[in-house]
Design a protein around this ligand. Sequence first.
Ligand code: URA
Length: 434
Amino acid sequence: MQAVELIRKKRDGGVLDTDEINWLIEQYTQGAVPDYQMAAWLMAVCWRGMDARETRDLTMAMVHSGDELHVRDIVSPVIDKHSTGGVGDKVTLAVAPLAAACGIAVGKMTGRGLGHTGGTVDKLESVQGFRPELTREEFIHILKTEGVVLAGQSADLAPADGKMYALRDVTGTVESIPLIAASIMSKKLAIGCSHLLLDVKFGSGAFMKTVEKARELAQAMVDIGRLAGIHTVAALTSMEQPLGCAVGNALEMMEAIAILRGEGPEDVSELCYHDVAELLVMTGKAQTMDTAEQQVQQAIRSGAGLAKLAAVIAAQGGDARQVEQPHLLPQAPYKVMLTSPHTGYIAAIDAEAIGLASMRLGAGRFRKGEPVDHRTGLVLQAKVGAYRQAGEPLVEVHARSEAEARDLFETLLACYRWSDTPVQPGALIHEVIR
Ligand code: URA
């Protein structure tokens, strides 16, 4: 087989067979197919697409390119949850321990921030000593003893995806539904949970800008998961405005702790509780969403969810006192309040622009591998639909200097649209593909 033949075939709208896809991914992972040929093939896929069988074959070839954990052979049921990424998305930090507190094992590998979207590992690392890099033995040991493990992405799982993602990032080939679906699902299948809940975001702060595109991606991933024998459900959720109020690593950790105490902002709390209830129903631990939600509320009231977060953080080397007493988490030296320039209703908050503003404070990366400042970020004081008088608090800026905070004011004000008449925010959970 020759790579150039497969590039030509896809360029001309052909359908690759299973052997051709397996060969291409294997040869590329081994370095026998160079980056320039893979880049050309990826671009052909962006233009021509792939059918469901090709997408599944690509996913499986990427899974087989490295180690496979098969966690469901160790603990079952064991769940995984994945969000396609957003601004202020601290859902995993609350859902994983809450699900574990409700009796579902959670084996999760999680990523770092990408562009304007934050990453769960960066948020967890705001806790002193927390260690995301775990050996296979440690991962399994913590899963068995704590019922929840939150590890960083291992380079040994789906290594073809690691290589291909880095290439896509610099060749304009990220935005392809089959490529995104195969990339995400190869990592999930390599871990090998029994049940998977996908949170596919749409809107200004998400990869998928429209609900139609998000639905297409969600359906592609659900189909791959089901064919691989994983009970997969996808929720389409809005990222039209940041999720919750906190954006930034330690700030989001604090908000996750508040959610586990039942004191978090309404939107993000509702999403977290819904996700755990959905997982309880999926795994047969509850018969209906209503009884599942009662179990979730019980885990909040008893403090079991928060205790699980402290336990998994301690098991991974972190200082659990920072979870029990969140004021011990790292804090920025300057907190400067931006006040509302208008009297009126907030009509929109541009999530992507808020994410980028938070990056400028040091909370995210402009280049791969850059360190992040865990202390900095933003705390929104009001969300879409809220009424503000001119001079009332709008955004608290957590910065390394007062000048850095004030420099951002104009950018932040440009993130807001105002209305003189009441505004009803759209539903957060748009639909669920079961
Ligand atoms: N996240 C991934 O893991 N892969 C993609 O292709 C896009 C987002």
